[in-house]
Design a protein around this ligand. Structure first.
Ligand code: ZN
Length: 300
């Protein structure tokens, strides 16, 4: 009877380890590093599989069984805690993609596509962010830290913040093109995200132009919406962020130095998501203009 119990437990932990290793799992954003949590769960389950299988194969050696059972209990409790903050978001037909997101200022990605970035990350995709300016002229040195906090919260794979002067980016086209080309060479992305051409902010417009030039040979570029977008901004692609509106609001809130601006308020972020959601026929969405899109690179 005891042997059967340990054999069943070994099988159960082996199945749990396989599930945690293979299926994309969204770990709650309160966790510091979802990847570490995930690997820890897999390692713990594999360890308990081996121990339970060892006891099951040696029924005479029951002296160790209480210790193994205690270990089982600890790992099971840990699994329950993880399940309370984790949710399966499996996309079994969607291969992992790489995305490079390029913006002018530290808060642009959170405002323009923070929901989509969080959704991509949780679906198992890599997101590499390139921010052209630390935004010193528009909020001081704190904005560098805010960029890191926002990117960290969304779970981006990497974040580079260049030290180009904000409000003067149109004067730095060649430097921006070089930086974007470097990122494209390094990450070979399936999708590039950047500002729209229909944006009144000179920095945003300059980053759009630099990205389009640097990615001139790239098949898939989408432009996100900024608060300074002009009336000509016309999204044709929508990302359903119904599960990610709160995440987006919280990511935007990481930019304390910009908190007094009306478009940083949660109600503004939510209202725009409702408007774009209405256009996209879902509850909440982010809208993107397609510079060009190749379906085989983007996937579902
Ligand atoms: Zn900006």
């Amino acid at each position: 009877m005891t042997v059967s119990l340990f054999a069943v437990l070994a099988s159960g932990f082996a199945l749990a380890a396989y599930t945690a290793a293979v299926l994309p799992v969204r770990v709650g954003r309160g966790w510091r590093s979802p990847g570490v949590v995930r690997r820890s769960v897999v390692v713990a389950c594999l360890l308990m599989t081996g121990l339970n299988a060892g006891v099951a194969a040696a029924p005479d050696d029951l002296a160790t069984s209480p210790a193994i059972l205690a270990g089982d209990l600890v790992v099971l409790c840990g699994g329950v805690v993880a399940l309370r903050s984790a949710r399966l978001v499996a996309h079994p037909t969607c291969l992992p993609r790489r995305i490079v997101a390029v913006s002018a200022h530290p808060d642009d990605l959170e405002l323009g596509c923070g929901g989509a970035i969080a959704k991509f990350v949780d679906s198992g995709h890599e997101v590499h962010s390139v921010v052209m300016s630390g935004g010193r002229n528009g909020g001081g040195l704190a904005r560098q830290d805010e960029a890191a906090a926002g990117g960290d919260f969304l779970g981006v794979t990497s974040l580079v913040v260049l030290d180009l002067p904000d409000s003067c980016l149109p004067d730095h086209g060649p430097a921006m093109i070089r930086a974007i080309e470097d990122a494209l060479d390094r990450y070979n992305p399936d999708l590039v995200l950047t500002h729209s051409a229909h944006d009144r902010h000179q920095d945003h417009e300059a980053v759009h132009q630099a990205t389009v030039r640097a990615a001139r040979g790239h098949p898939s570029i989408l432009s996100f919406e900024s608060p300074s977008a002009s009336d000509e901004f016309t999204p044709q692609v929508f990302v359903d962020i119904d599960q990610y509106v709160d995440t987006k609001v919280e990511a935007v809130g990481r930019h304390d130095s910009q908190g007094s601006k009306p478009y940083m308020r949660p109600e503004h972020v939510r209202a725009l998501a409702v408007v774009r959601g209405r256009q996209g026929r879902v509850r909440h969405a982010e809208g993107f203009e397609a510079v060009r899109v190749l379906d085989s690179r983007i996937g579902p």
